[in-house]
Write a protein that binds this ligand. Structure first.
Ligand SMILES: CC(C)(COP(=O)(O)OP(=O)(O)OC[C@H]1O[C@@H](n2cnc3c(N)ncnc32)[C@H](O)[C@@H]1OP(=O)(O)O)[C@@H](O)C(=O)NCCC(=O)NCCS
Length: 150
């Protein structure tokens, strides 16, 4: 069965999946209502989700992207990211941004699709989250901002 990607209203956003990408439910709720939410499903099962918020006139920020752990490393995240990049290209966007940690496989995941590092937000993860965030046993401090210019 093939992957179906479609936009859903914020109320139907799969919070459990989005929390894999952004551990603060308050933060996710704060940007959901002003963003577009896309879900990827196989039949009735939602396997992935992505939230994109507009800023300025023709720029957008990918706020969260996640694939259910049982379905990761099967190519779905790449298909969803490519689909979203293409969706905003067709809408006439000038650029798509994303913020991510300074290490880990996510960096290659974005750069494979043409995202380039444009700045570093020092201490972003300690200033913006109440609890320390760890990945692969390493605490996340700084956020890299990556930009895809169309
Ligand atoms: C990032 C994410 C959306 C990618 O989705 P996915 O469906 O697993 O991605 P793909 O199967 O298309 O794989 C893309 C690459 O990431 C790698 N990858 C995916 N999950 C991985 C993991 N847990 N550990 C190491 N590498 C991983 C894949 O091996 C693949 O690399 P390769 O082509 O060299 O083999 C998904 O792993 C996820 O939900 N992660 C948790 C949430 C998150 O970190 N979101 C991004 C926040 S910045």
């Amino acid at each position: 069965m093939s992957l179906l990607i479609q936009e859903v209203p914020a109320i139907d956003a799969p919070m459990d999946l989005l929390l894999l990408a952004d551990p603060s439910q308050d933060k996710v709720r704060s940007y959901l209502s002003s963003s577009k939410c896309f879900v990827a499903s196989i039949g009735e099962i939602v396997v992935g989700a992505c939230v994109v918020q507009p800023y300025g006139t023709d720029a957008h920020e990918l706020m969260a992207i996640a694939v259910h752990p049982a379905h990761q490393k099967s190519g779905y995240g790449t298909v969803l990211l490519k689909w979203v990049v293409d969706f905003f290209r067709k809408s006439g966007a000038r650029q798509l941004e994303v913020g991510t940690g300074t290490f880990g496989y996510q960096l290659a995941f974005y750069q494979r699709q043409g995202f380039r590092v444009t700045s570093i937000d020092h201490d972003f993860f300690v200033k913006n989250y109440p609890e320390p965030i760890f990945e692969d046993g390493i605490q996340l401090f700084d956020m890299l901002r990556l930009t895809l210019r169309y």
